[in-house]
Design a protein around this ligand. Structure first.
Ligand SMILES: [Zn+2]
Ligand SMILES: [Zn+2]
Length: 150
């Protein structure tokens, strides 16, 4: 039972609550809009991170970001809700219907960093999820990492 990001989710299915997650971004993301400058020369241990929040499993959400950057892709496969059956869900490019992805996470995302969210998930409400997302991003920024959180 449980995944690396949430003790209540299973591999394919979301527990239905909210999850904060962190995706480590490649150094190639340096200089992209939405990312602060980081002095990697003097602080080689610093990283670029994308911090987000989702009701899907973080693994599903990461895949959404990766699929989103391909303009041809209109739907993404999801097993998070219901009985674990895969359904195709529509991306909403108007931001009204369906979900969107993030270009930084999709183009430069390397992996979900589960150790940074250990003990934080799940969050019972969306408001608590947003609050935790902001808190987590602030903690990583305080350590000097380059964080995108929106
Ligand atoms: Zn969960
Ligand atoms: Zn999903």
């Amino acid at each position: 039972m449980g995944t690396t990001c949430c003790p209540e989710c299973t591999d394919g299915q979301s527990c239905g609550k909210y999850h904060v997650y962190v995706i480590e971004l490649s150094r190639d993301a340096a200089g992209r809009r939405g990312l602060p400058r980081v002095d990697l020369l003097h602080h080689p241990d610093r990283r670029f991170y994308y911090v987000g929040m989702t009701a899907h499993t973080p693994a599903c959400r990461f895949r959404q970001h990766q699929l989103w950057v391909d303009e041809e892709v209109k739907d993404f496969p999801c097993t998070c809700f219901g009985q674990g059956e895969e359904v195709m869900r529509r991306f909403g490019r108007d931001g009204v219907n369906g979900t969107r992805g993030n270009r930084l996470a999709g183009d430069f995302g390397i992996e979900l960093v589960w150790r940074l969210v250990r003990g934080r998930n799940p969050l019972p409400t969306q408001d608590e999820g947003f609050a935790e997302e902001k808190r987590l991003a602030a903690e990583l920024r305080a350590k000097g990492h380059g964080v995108h959180q929106a």
